[in-house]
Design a binder for this molecule. Structure first.
Ligand code: SAJ
Length: 422
């Protein structure tokens, strides 16, 4: 059985390697020649623990290769991005382009699986018609069309790809069975079979649930500040209840999934999604809230310098997509032009288009700073002791927006769950 995977990003590349290591012949396709060359050499362009070994093994075995053009196969797996437009509407262009790109090599009886996260009814309203235009009627099983949403978390992809449960939504019952077959053979989790639209909606609800839960934690941190209560204690205590699990407040919700996916539902049901919309607004308000608190911490220092530590969307990754740090910098430039900021992130090596600001070493960023703001929970930040701050800062004050420090000797530590006298 041969599989052709379209898109060699965070999902497509590990998925290609997984199936290759399970004994399938896999060709991974990407429009980026550099990515294709690298994969063919058995190396990777993504930072993800364990993925390098997994890809190296797959390429070495001869079962995984990469190409810039789709090739004939039994199964096609589409794993391309689905971003949102500026007005928050879904951009399914990449999914449509990927579908069109396989048309020349597609044959009757093939199976086409979309793993990209997509708005409800995209399989029936967008992908099936695109296949029909190419001469394949998925409704009558010319090709078997299904949606099997990816559900792996960056940072633990290699494990979750194998062990997470999977949802396989068929456009027809036959397509559901065909698609489920390869996952059943390759993953250890359960494979749940359903209709395409249920699979689409389930995936979106997973990320929306997380967004709403984080919004609740963020709202709690604001309430607790107002009432002068330690919100971490509240979360710890409440979570002792067997049916409660409040997540952690933070400087905002970043990444390319959680802050995007709720809009795929909202777009289709504007009048019936006030909770989802409010959760988005609360989470989007956090960078401004953090800036207000920073101003209070700085007090009347005239031209303060602030060290921003951790620029990525979460800890232990180099991914800066939709990072709260970027939002915070925008807010600072607009609302606090007197603040000078010095950025440091051990995962971000150099200034890029995605991050057009100077970068400093940790010591240089802290040197002479009036305030240090921790924005990502990197392990190396968790390991720091008070000395790092006291040796460089005038009067050491840390705003720990990720709640990683219980205390730092000689340092005043504010967190979102416990703001000291601001
Ligand atoms: N965050 C908080 N508080 C928390 C947890 C997270 O503020 O308690 C923030 C993070 O710092 C980050 C953002 O939320 O900025 C999102 O991070 P995340 O770790 O919650 O999730 P992602 O975006 O890395 O991956 C999510 C996962 N979805 C769920 O856990 C329901 C993953 O399983 C999905 O496959 C992925 O989205 C995706 O691709 O859709």
């Amino acid at each position: 059985t041969k599989i052709c995977v379209i898109g060699l990003g965070y999902i497509g590349l590990p998925t290609s390697a997984l199936f290759a290591n399970e004994g399938y012949d896999v060709v991974g396709v990407d429009i980026n020649e550099h990515v294709v060359e690298q994969v063919n050499q058995g190396s990777i362009h993504i930072e993800e623990p364990g993925l390098d070994d997994m890809v190296a093994q797959a390429v070495k075995s001869g079962r995984l290769s990469a190409s810039t053009k789709p090739v004939a196969a039994d199964y096609f797996i589409i794993a391309v991005p689905t971003p949102v437009h500026d007005d928050h509407s879904a951009n399914t262009d990449f999914v449509v382009k990927a579908t069109e790109s396989i048309a020349p090599v597609l044959q009757k009886g093939n199976t086409v699986i979309v793993e990209s996260t997509i708005p409800p009814r995209t399989i029936s309203d967008i992908v099936a018609p695109a296949l029909k235009s190419a001469g394949f009627d998925a409704a009558t099983n010319d090709v078997y069309l299904a949606h099997c949403p990816e559900r792996v978390i960056p940072g633990n992809i290699v494990h979750e790809l194998k062990y997470n449960h999977r949802i396989v939504g068929g456009f027809t019952p036959e397509a559901m069975e065909k698609a489920a077959a390869i996952y059943k053979q390759s993953v250890e989790g359960d494979v749940r079979e359903t209709e395409a639209v249920v699979a689409e909606m389930s995936k979106l609800m997973e990320n929306t649930f997380r967004d709403v839960n984080i919004a609740l934690a963020n709202e709690l941190s604001k309430v607790a500040d107002h009432l002068n209560i330690d919100a971490s204690d509240v979360i710890d205590m409440a979570n002792m209840h067997p049916r409660v699990n409040i997540l952690q407040p933070g400087p905002g919700v970043g990444g390319h999934c959680i802050p995007v996916d709720p809009y795929f539902i909202i777009e289709k049901a504007k009048d019936t999604t006030p909770l989802m919309q409010t959760a988005r607004d609360i989470n989007d308000s956090m960078p401004s809230y953090v800036l207000d608190k920073m101003k209070a911490m700085i007090g009347d220092v005239q031209n303060p310098t602030v060290a921003l530590l951790g620029l990525t969307y979460k800890g232990n990754t180099s991914d800066m997509r939709e990072s709260p740090a970027l939002q915070l910098i925008e807010r600072m430039q607009a609302d606090a032009p007197n603040m000078t900021f010095k950025c440091h992130d051990p995962f971000v090596a150099a200034e890029t288009d995605a991050f057009p600001h100077d970068l400093y070493s940790l010591d240089d960023a802290l040197n002479g700073a009036d305030l240090a703001v921790v924005l990502a929970d990197h392990q190396s930040f968790k390991d720091l002791t008070g000395d790092t701050f006291t040796s460089q800062m005038q009067s050491p004050v840390v705003f720990d927006t990720r709640n990683i420090y219980k205390q730092l000797d000689g340092v005043t530590v504010h967190s979102l769950t416990n703001l000291v006298d601001t």
